[in-house]
Ligand binder design. Structure first.
Ligand code: OGA
Ligand code: NI
Length: 322
């Protein structure tokens, strides 16, 4: 703050942008144009934003949080029924390497990853989980698809361009539920190492317990904490498709709060067989060279998993040095 109480330019610049979803869909051309402009600015300048007024009912979110807690509260044996290893396995539970005997030096997180589109998959228990999750992902998918239209327009294209080019009607959508136990349940460091996500945009909803951080100007900045808002992050394939204009956002999670943190995370990708490279409309002759090698999305996923294990970032590996 400056002495007269006005925020200094640095503080203003440090605030994560807030996008009002209702303006994007309101039907007023002026509101829509403003929302598209704000999305473009947020994607280019920050690589992330908070999304308010998204219309996904609070009660549905609360029920999903309760149901997720019920899933993770099942016994280890019950959860291990859903353990899987391949990135394309439709249902994947994991508690990392330290499920039984956690090592205090590693970051602890349990997760359940479900492929929810084009086909919907979910564990059959706890009772009612599948119905609830199906409703939740339909709602969040609609929001993500609308946002992608806004992103498409913000790049100067027609709203449907990215949908067509990336075959989003058959898009690969995940629901990843992350569970960071309470300090009382498990006395370990809880969090997630720095990484970028695959896909176009990731939508993240948290249970009110903070932890997400994004890298901004060499500093980690806390993200979240806006009631009833989603955190939205640019992901790798948005960076590739926009030929580097909308950078994928590096983020990590550090949970210091004693309470348990639960996040519902939706990475939204193209269809699995889409070959993603820089949009041909953003590349021409000598002036705007492509900065990434085209790669089939499913191959990228496999490759990313291997590279993460080796401590590398997939995007760095497929960028064309310029
Ligand atoms: C993810 C992720 C953050 C969180 O699942 O990719 O970044 O706080 N999650 O759960
Ligand atoms: Ni992530």
């Amino acid at each position: 703050m400056s002495s007269d109480g006005e925020p200094t330019p640095f503080e203003v610049q440090d605030l994560i942008p807030i996008i009002d979803y209702s303006l994007l869909t309101s039907g007023s051309a002026n509101d829509h144009a403003k929302a598209v402009q704000d999305i473009g600015k947020a994607c280019e300048d920050w690589g992330c934003f908070m999304l308010v007024n998204h219309g996904v009912p609070e009660t549905l979110i609360q029920e999903m949080m309760d149901m997720s807690a019920a899933f993770f509260n099942m016994t280890t044996d019950e959860k291990l029924e859903f353990e899987a290893h391949g990135v394309l396995d439709p249902i994947r539970f994991s508690a990392g390497l330290n499920l039984v005997n956690p090592n205090k030096d590693t970051l602890w997180r349990e997760y359940l990853r479900l492929i929810v589109h084009p086909d919907f998959n979910c564990p059959y228990k706890p009772p009612g989980f599948s119905e609830l999750a199906s409703e939740y992902v339909k709602k969040t998918r609609a929001v993500a698809m609308e946002l992608v239209k806004g992103v498409s327009e913000s790049l100067g294209f027609e709203a449907s361009y990215m949908n067509r080019e990336l075959n989003l009607d058959a898009s690969f959508q995940l629901l990843a539920i992350n569970y960071y136990p309470s300090h009382v349940e498990l006395d370990v460091s809880r969090g997630l190492m720095p990484h970028t996500d695959h896909g176009l945009l990731t939508l993240l909803c948290e249970n009110g317990v903070p932890g997400l951080e994004v890298l901004r100007g060499g500093k980690w900045v806390g993200m979240g904490g806006v009631p009833n808002a989603f955190s939205v992050l640019n992901s790798d394939h948005l960076e590739i498709f926009s030929n580097g204009k909308y950078k994928s956002k590096l983020h990590r999670t550090v949970v210091t709060d004693e309470r348990k943190r639960i996040t519902l995370v939706n990475p939204n990708g193209p269809s699995l067989d889409t070959i993603v490279g820089p949009s041909s409309r953003l590349v021409d002759g000598e002036k705007r060279l492509p900065r990434y090698h085209p790669m089939k999305f499913s191959e990228y996923l496999e490759c990313q998993t291997k590279l993460i294990t080796a401590g590398k970032n997939a995007l760095d590996e497929i960028g064309i040095p310029i």
